[in-house]
Design a binder for this molecule. Structure first.
Ligand SMILES: [Ca+2]
Ligand SMILES: [Ca+2]
Ligand SMILES: [Ca+2]
Ligand SMILES: [Ca+2]
Length: 534
């Protein structure tokens, strides 16, 4: 009964417009470049944006010809400034561009960041105009950043859509689709200790699972430097036993001691992701794999287990938890539908189970937080098919987020961009981790494409490459001295941070409602935090 009264009191306060602990706030939304393709960040199994150990933001994109690198710095007050773009490729290694559904598909460059004794190294891979998978690094040394030579990963022609991770020794791991005339026969793997000398081999052939194609690899490295990979197996087990069905399943492998070892299908024990019924599709696609600080695996993807219809997608999540004593992982578990569309188009009537809306969702990216048990997943959402063509001029899409607060998933999509609903905001990609700034607040970085399609010129550079930095608030609001509790010692620090309404505080962690200042609204929240501290 007491709990109930407390909840009612909280509701009435909220209704009166009282301040609430801050929800995600956009602190920086910057067009860092321009491109001709909606699909620049389409392979969301790879990362295009990362933070280094000193909090600098590194990102890469293509303008349709060249590949560009941009570095950002975040000041103590949370504001972000970006340096001018630097070209990654040279004249002979411009980006490979194709057409898809009549529109440019220049999805090319990915990056990873590692920390070495001399400083940060930013690693890039891309597929060049000659369909070679190229590598280059940018190395910090004192106050200088030095570009290394462009090297060839020696991956067999044609390896495409590379993903990349770097382990704790600085070794670079790259995986890509092995494609021949659109026929994806396997997954290639290339590795190098120095980014110069490469070796490569076939990680696996599609024959291992009786699949017709292997696609869209995503990589993550664990604390013992084993590399985990998930990719899409199209036509898995010959599509299963039922006529007219098509089955895309995940394939999961681990590189241990230089050998790729096939693992159990992460969705093998979930009925709805098993062999499709006759004349239905079960699609697993565009997966994003992440490993958190406890070595737990997190996997998100979009797919059709709810609709059973191709391209009628929802977004999903599954986890695998690490057991440090046994140095192994338990079963894949916690399957969650990250967003639920009302599928009016499903034979037999719409799938409605509460909390749905009319949006499809695609290409989810996982962000873990080493300070809390929270997870954030960014995705693209919209009302139409994602395979749009040149004449589709009014297709609006947006970038959204759902999150797991440590206890439950908060599944209401939060629209992050604030752009007009007629605008195309496509293929959001995020850093793999929240960044805890020295100012006490956590930041989430995302990269996406935004613009309006020109039906008269498909090659028009009509899209902005947008970097959004979200303020996710302090990990433990009110704990200003960082000793884990919220008490009168913290309150003493808080009193010194009071700035007044609309005035930037000198202690960003004391801005509990996330509006930039430290005023009486934050004071009320601080009182509640202290009063309710267990
Ligand atoms: Ca404290
Ligand atoms: Ca204390
Ligand atoms: Ca205020
Ligand atoms: Ca405030």
């Amino acid at each position: 009964m007491r709990l109930m009264l407390r909840c009612l009191a909280a509701l009435s306060i909220a209704a009166a417009g009282a301040p609430v602990l801050g929800s995600p706030q956009i602190v920086s939304q910057t067009a860092v470049g321009a491109t001709n393709s909606l699909r620049t960040f389409e392979q969301n199994g790879a990362r295009y944006i990362a933070r280094d150990g000193q909090g600098r933001i590194h990102l890469a994109y293509t303008d349709g010809t060249d590949l560009w690198y941009v570095r950002g710095q975040q000041a103590f007050d949370g504001s972000v400034t970006f340096d001018p773009p630097e070209r990654i490729n040279d004249g002979g290694t411009t980006v490979y561009v194709s057409l898809f559904a009549g529109l440019p598909r220049s999805r090319a460059v990915r990056l990873a960041v590692s920390e070495e004794p001399t400083g940060t190294i930013v690693h890039f891979v891309w597929r060049d105009v000659n369909q070679r998978t190229r590598y280059r690094r940018l190395s910090e040394d004192g106050d200088w950043w030095t570009w290394g030579a462009i090297t060839d990963t020696t991956m067999s022609t044609i390896a495409r859509l590379p993903a990349m991770v770097v382990d704790s020794t600085g070794r670079v791991h790259v995986a890509a689709e092995q494609s021949w005339a659109g026929d994806n026969t396997g997954i290639r793997y290339a590795t190098s200790a120095d980014g110069v000398v490469w070796s490569e081999w076939e990680a696996e052939n599609r024959s291992a699972t009786n699949s017709s194609n292997y696609r869209l690899p995503s990589l993550a490295v664990d604390q013992q430097d084993r590399v985990h990979m998930v990719f899409q197996a199209e036509g898995y087990q010959n599509d299963g036993p039922n006529a007219g069905a098509t089955w895309w399943a995940p394939r999961y492998m681990v590189l241990d001691g230089g050998v790729w070892i096939g693992q159990i299908n992460p969705l093998g024990f979930f009925y709805e992701w098993g062999p499709p019924p006759a004349n239905r599709d079960v699609l697993f696609a565009y997966c994003n794999l992440a490993i958190d600080d406890q070595n737990n695996l997190h996997l998100s993807w979009h797919g059709t287990a709810r609709s059973g219809l191709f391209a009628k997608d929802d977004a999903f999540y599954v986890a695998r938890y690490y057991n440090p004593g046994a140095d192994s992982w338990g079963a894949w578990t916690d399957l969650t539908t990250l967003h639920r569309r009302i599928h009016d188009d499903v034979p037999g009537g719409p799938i409605v189970s509460g909390g749905e809306d009319s949006y499809y969702t695609w290409v989810p990216s996982v962000v873990t937080d080493s300070q809390t048990d929270e997870l954030y997943i960014l995705m693209m959402f919209g009302l139409f098919d994602d395979e749009i063509g040149p004449s589709d001029t009014s297709v609006g899409t947006d970038v959204g987020m759902v999150f797991f607060d440590g206890g439950d998933w908060q599944l209401d999509l939060i629209d992050l961009t604030g752009t007009p609903t007629t605008q195309r905001d496509w293929f959001c990609n995020s850093t793999g981790r929240l960044y805890l700034h020295a100012n006490g607040r956590r930041y989430l970085d995302a990269l996406w494409i935004s613009g309006v399609h020109d039906p008269n010129d498909i090659w028009a550079t009509n899209y902005d490459v947008v970097c959004t930095v979200l303020d996710m608030g302090p990990p433990n609001p009110g704990d200003l001295d960082g000793d884990g509790d919220v008490d009168l010692d913290d309150f003493a620090l808080f009193a010194g941070a009071l700035s007044g309404p609309g005035v930037q505080t000198s202690m960003p962690a004391a801005d509990l409602d996330g509006d930039g200042d430290c005023d009486l609204g934050d004071f009320a929240l601080m009182q509640e935090r202290i009063a309710n501290w267990p």
